[in-house]
Design a protein around this ligand. Sequence first.
Ligand SMILES: [Zn+2]
Length: 81
Amino acid sequence: MTPLTTLTTEPLNTPPSLHCPECDGLLRYVRSYMSGTRREQEQWDVFGCTITCDTFEYRHRTRRLRRMTADEVSAVRVRNS
Ligand SMILES: [Zn+2]
């Protein structure tokens, strides 16, 4: 993530309702982070599987859901405190 990354639970774009790619259970929205230049902000939404398969992030620009690495998950958590 770039230094301009900011965490929020009230993102610009509404987080979508998604299902877990592993177990098809409903994903629980955790928080979002915004990153990029002032002109071009990108939004990612962080989701956790309710069965705790893993943590996933949804990138709004590409509309892709992908699994986060342990490092990425802890980075998101640390920056929020
Ligand atoms: Zn799952």
